[in-house]
Every structure is written in C-alpha cells, then in structure tokens.
Ligand binder design. Structure first.
Ligand SMILES: Nc1ncnc2c1ncn2[C@@H]1O[C@H](COP(=O)(O)OP(=O)(O)OP(=O)(O)O)[C@@H](O)[C@H]1O
Length: 525
C-alpha cells in the first residue's frame, strides 16, 4: 500500500496540519512490514524535535528509529484484535504513538507520530539524552536549546491524539472501500458495455455485412489500424466500438472524436492537448484525447476532413506513438489503437492532393466497407424487427407495422441509412401508442412523399385491363383497408368518410376479411 496516495485526502491534509500546529509532530506511515518507506529512501521531513532529527539523519540513529516503529508494528501484527492506538518508548525515550490501518480486514500498516516526551525533561534526563545523541552523531546543534524545544504531551493530550489517529485510519479504510466499490461498478459497467457491443447486436445478414463481420472478428484481436468507410449512419461508430469491446483493449478507454466538428486549432488542442499559455484562453495545461485514450482505442471519425498540418501529427502518432501538445516542447508517448472512419473516398482525396499519401497507406491497413442501407435491402426486415424490439416500451401492445407501412419503408431509399431507419421506427412506436399494427399514415411525410409523390395512392397501380368489377373490388378493398388503418378501426368515422352506412361497411370488411378479430373489436369506434 502506498501512503502517498492518501496524502491528498482532505481529512489527512487537515489532520497533518492540526497535528503540526498543536503538537509540533509529523504524521507518518509504516507499511505492512513495519517499514517507513520515506525514511528508507532518505526522504526525511525534519521533525520539530531536534533529537529525533539528528537521530534520523544519522545511520545508526535512523536504524534505531525504524526499529522503534517496528516494535509498535509487531504489536499490531501480533493481534488482529488490537484496533486502537498504542504507544511505545523509543531508543531516546520519547513516545511513539500509532494506530493500525485495516483495509478489508487486512492489516496494511500503521499511522504514527513520534518524538515527544510525556512530561518536561528533568536535568538528569536531559543529560542522558544529550549523551545518547552525541554517541550517535557529531552534533552541531545547541543541545540545551533542543532540550527546551522537546514537544511535551500530557496524558489528556495523548488520548486526543490517539482518537485523531484512529479517526484517520478509519477515514483511509472508508476511502479504500469506496474505491473498490467504484472499481466494481466500473468493471460491471465495462461488462455491460462489452455486452452492448457484441457482434450479434450488429444486425445484418446480407453478403456485404457477412464480409464485414468476418473482417471484424479478424481485426478485433489485432492492434492494426482500421479504416471504416461508409456513408453517414451506416454504423461506422457501432462497428468501431464492437472491435474495441471485443478485443484485448476492452477494459481501457474508447475515445471518439469527429474531425470535422472543430476548426483546425481547436481540433489540434482536443487531440493533442495544450500547455498553459499556448494561446489566449489556455489557462492551464490540458490533456489531449490521445492521452485520454492511452492503452485503449481512438475512433477518429471523418478523418478525411483533417487539415494537412494535423495529418502530419497524426502520422507521427501512428508511426512513433509520440506527439507534442500545442505550445509544448517535449513529446509525449502513448499506446493507442486508431480506428479511422470516413464517408469520403480517401484514394480520390490523395489523387487531388488533399490527403497525404503516406498517411493514407498508414491508416488503410485494413479496410471495412459498410454498405449503404439501400444496397442491402435484404437486411431491411431484420433491421426493422430489431428496432421494433429495441424501442418497444414495456406493456406496449404494438406488434409490428402494417403491410402497407412496411411497403413504404421498403420502397424508400434511406439516404440517412440505418440511423434514419432507427429514428423512424422509434418515432412510429411513440406515435402508434397502443395500436397493434402501425398504419402507413403515421410514417413521416418526408418518407411518404418520396415513395408516393403528392400523396397518391399506396395501392397497386390502377388496373386498366381485365374485368371491371374485379378492378372495382380491388380498389374498394384497398380504400377500406387503408381507411381502417388511418381511423384506427373507427368504423363509424370511416363509413362517414366513404359515404356508406356503417352496416354496409361492416359487411364489406367481412367480405374482404379485413376485420381485426375479437381482440381488436373491443377497441373499435
Ligand atoms: N447493423 C446495425 N445494427 C443495428 N444498429 C445499427 C447498425 N448499424 C447502425 N446502427 C445504429 O444506427 C445508428 C447510427 O450508427 P453509427 O453512429 O454507428 O453510424 P456512423 O456511420 O458512425 O454515422 P456518422 O458517420 O454519421 O457518425 C446507431 O444508433 C447505431 O446503433
């Protein structure tokens, strides 16, 4: 256990100050082997008691001071039942008081304070003390003055100090417990995230997607740079996350930055960080995202929009794993896997001189192409089904989309790809309320207008050949079916709209088999 990490705990800072101010003593920590690491390293904060200072700074004196602390440590280690503060008289006859630190019922060391007398030193005691210290080390200090300055702690004071030490070890134990709770939460959140980005959560059975999955499996366990190509909303980020969460870096950060979101200066500072004063407003040093992503994966979206200057910096990180923060003089080293994405044709940009060729070859090690939704129509049905389940509210009755609604969705070119489809399904589920089947009327007019310009009929093209009565019947059936969907099976309203009686409408519904059955019947009209 490293006591240094507790030095900044608010309670410990306060405690140290109080102890210094009231008792002229220093709070220190010995580890679970009874070793005071700072002393071992020669990192000694001079204690207010000059005799302790002289002793600690001499070789033999230091050894004896360490031994005194170890005696206390042995007392704690010997009995798990001792949880209160105990005292011991050191080689110079000063008191050491310590309290044991237990974390998770494991003994981790002790917090202690040393170097005070229990009562003012008498003449004889002072003589002995001076002789002892002279034996240990050559003395250049006025020892009479040192005797007068020896901190004295009476019994009542000592019990207060004991309370404070016990309070401090409890605080540290609580802090550790809180940290491990956080660790558990982080681990379980990271499992949840890995679950969410399992390959099976990426929907697609088309040939193009099967190829994507095959490559994803291959690259997940490697460290190579990946370039994902595809229009907006085709799932580039989803695929990048799945690669990260299915690979060895999954417990490390996954960081995303869209390179077209900022101007050049802001992007550079976001990616590489900046030093204080490097530009107006840079009030303190700031870590860049490459540092945040250290050990993990960095998803650089729209990499084709990066300026030539930043392309150079990116190339350096990819090749050497180093970069210099804006305004900085020293380079920093990171271990980051880069997954880049773009909707542009980088090869074309290279030809036009807008993208560095060396960078292009460096990031184009493995390329994944995500097809536009319009080019993988065979995935429409399972995608719709997936989003219906994903956004279905608990207890919602909706079972699906009506055949007419499906026909419209299937005919639409989906320029916004899967994101647009997902948004539309989510919207339909909200608007559909408790309707069992979502009717086409609820589909966004933006989509309907593309599929049926001017809101023309959804029906099959008007028949101009064949038997007239059959064509009339087909038209009648379509009009009733669509009307039922639009009015949510309100037959009285639909009958009025169609200009026929309600009973006539019911007959026609039965004739064309358009009734919803007994379950739906109750909700009608
Ligand atoms: N194959 C898929 N299966 C399930 N959901 C998907 C699939 N592809 C994309 N999505 C969903 O579509 C939405 C858009 O995906 P994503 O943000 O990954 O696209 P993108 O290509 O990175 O978009 P952009 O380039 O605009 O940032 C997300 O909600 C994502 O979960």
């Amino acid at each position: 256990m490293d006591f240094e990490k507790y030095q900044n705990l608010h309670t410990i800072i306060m405690l140290k100050e109080v102890i210094r101010k009231w008792w002229q003593a220093e709070l220190a920590f010995a580890d679970k082997h009874g070793v005071v690491q700072e002393w071992q390293r020669g990192d000694i904060v001079p204690p207010p008691n000059d005799f302790c200072r002289l002793s600690l700074l001499s070789k033999e004196g230091g050894r004896r001071c360490g031994q005194s602390v170890r005696v206390l440590h042995e007392k704690f280690k010997g009995s798990k039942r001792v949880r209160r503060a105990l005292t011991h008289e050191c080689h110079l006859n000063f008191t050491v008081i310590g309290a044991p630190l237990y974390v998770d019922n494991e003994y981790e060391g002790l917090l202690f304070i040393q170097g005070f007398a229990r009562q003012p030193l008498g003449e004889r005691e002072a003589q002995v003390l001076k002789a002892q210290i002279r034996e240990l080390t050559p003395v250049d200090t006025d020892l009479d003055r040192a005797v007068a300055r020896v901190p004295v702690m009476e019994a009542s004071e000592l019990s207060k100090l004991a309370d404070l030490l016990e309070f401090a070890v409890t605080e540290i134990a609580n802090y550790e417990a809180e940290l491990s709770r956080k660790d558990e939460t982080i681990t379980s959140l990271s499992h949840e995230l890995s679950d969410r980005y399992k390959f099976e959560k990426i929907i697609g059975r088309s040939t193009a997607m099967t190829e994507v999955f095959r490559l994803m499996e291959k690259v997940a366990n490697s460290d190579s740079t990946v370039l994902i190509n595809g229009e907006s909303g085709t799932g580039k980020e989803l695929v990048a996350r799945a690669i990260h969460f299915n690979g060895p870096r999954k417990d490390k950060p996954f960081v995303v930055q869209n390179c077209s979101a900022f101007n050049d200066n802001l992007l550079e500072s976001a990616l590489f960080g900046h030093t204080r004063g490097s530009f107006t407003g840079a009030l303190r040093d700031k870590k860049g995202l490459f540092e945040v992503a250290d050990g993990g994966t960095f998803f650089l979206d729209e990499v084709g929009d990066m300026s030539p200057a930043l392309q150079v910096k990116l190339l350096r990180v990819l090749q050497e794993g180093t970069f210099i923060p804006v305004g900085g003089t020293h380079s920093k080293e990171v271990d980051v896997r880069v997954i880049a994405a773009t909707h542009k044709d980088l090869g074309e940009l290279v030809k036009k001189g807008q993208f560095r060729e060396d960078l292009y070859y460096r990031i184009n090690v493995i390329r994944l192409h995500l097809p536009a939704l319009r080019d993988r129509r065979e995935d429409m049905a399972i995608l719709i089904d997936h989003f219906l389940r994903k956004h279905h509210r608990e207890n919602q009755r909706t079972r699906g989309l009506s055949p007419e609604a499906l026909a419209i969705l299937n005919a639409y070119p989906w320029p916004g790809n899967i994101r647009e489809l997902e948004n539309e399904i989510e919207r339909l589920l909200v608007l559909g309320g408790d309707l069992e089947m979502i009717p086409p009327d609820l589909i966004s007019s933006r989509i309907r207008d593309v599929v049926i310009p001017g809101g023309s009929s959804l029906m099959a093209p008007v028949r101009t050949t064949g038997k007239l009565n059959e064509a009339v019947e087909a038209l009648e059936r379509e009009m009733i079916q669509r009307g039922l969907a639009r009015t949510q099976y309100n037959k009285s309203r639909l009958a009025r709209e169609l200009g026929i009686s309600r009973s006539n409408l019911i007959l026609k519904i039965a004739k064309y088999g358009l009734d919803r059955g007994p379950e739906g019947a109750e909700a009608e009209d």
